[in-house]
Design a protein around this ligand. Structure first.
Ligand SMILES: [Zn+2]
Length: 234
């Protein structure tokens, strides 16, 4: 008989899932670049040494391709697993808002825990009850059961043309920011009219609740799509 050293002990699934999700998010943020272990360490608040040894574990499991000093990319298997976690996370968030009546500013931490434990059977029931949704409460696309995810290419309040826009997605999902958007009526599905901008001033939008100014960093976190005006449509 031999004893396993700590390094050989199987990693908890939830830890692996959190790493895969973090790598996926970094890949999305910088398409085409390998993800450095430094960025993963920062995203998950672990030491670089911890992140590096985890990269080796994930590489041994066939979930990432890892080059020492060159960073990582998800393999097909790693990306499929990341999609399954994101699907659970986003369906859980929508369920908490739509069915349990929780606020969109408070569901993310709940989903961070539940995404690791919800069974496929329960997820399927939630998905059916919600009517096979394609977006979560923050406007994030929900991957399909097959692992496909819609790619959206929306401008932000900072980059869109002036005029009427529908709020499509909110990238900063901190509770404070979401509560502020609630007060301004700047939430997915609502219409906001974007005024003319100058090069470094705030972005002023008008909603049903009045006029609101966002600084440029905040404006970049709010993605929108133009509203087609029926009068001008041919
Ligand atoms: Zn979300």
């Amino acid at each position: 008989m031999f004893e396993r050293s700590p390094a050989e002990r199987p990693m908890p699934t939830s830890t692996i899932e959190d790493y895969l999700k973090a790598i996926y998010a970094e890949q999305l943020a910088r398409p085409g670049e390998r993800v450095t272990t430094g960025r993963i360490a920062e995203a998950l608040s672990v030491t670089p040494g911890t992140a590096t040894s985890m990269m080796k574990t994930l590489a041994n499991a066939g979930l990432v391709s890892y080059e020492p000093y060159g960073g990582v990319t998800l393999t097909g298997a790693g990306e499929a697993l990341a999609m399954r976690v994101l699907r659970r996370h986003r369906i859980v968030e929508l369920f908490l808002v739509e069915v349990l009546g929780m606020d969109w500013s408070e569901v993310h931490p709940e989903a961070e825990r539940l995404e690791h434990v919800v069974s496929e059977k329960m997820l399927e029931r939630m998905d059916a009850l919600l009517g096979r949704p394609t977006f979560d409460p923050h406007g994030d696309p929900i991957p399909t059961a097959r692992g496909d995810v819609a790619t959206t290419d929306h401008p932000s309040l900072l980059t869109c043309e002036p005029g009427r826009h529908r709020v499509a997605r909110v990238l900063d999902q901190s509770a404070d920011f979401l509560r502020r958007l609630d007060r301004c009526g700047v939430v997915p599905g609502e219409v906001a009219t974007v005024g003319a901008r100058d090069d470094d001033g705030p972005v002023v939008v008008e909603t049903t609740s009045g006029r609101h100014a966002f600084d440029r960093a905040a404006a970049a976190q709010i993605l929108v799509e133009p509203v087609q005006d029926p009068a001008t449509r041919s």
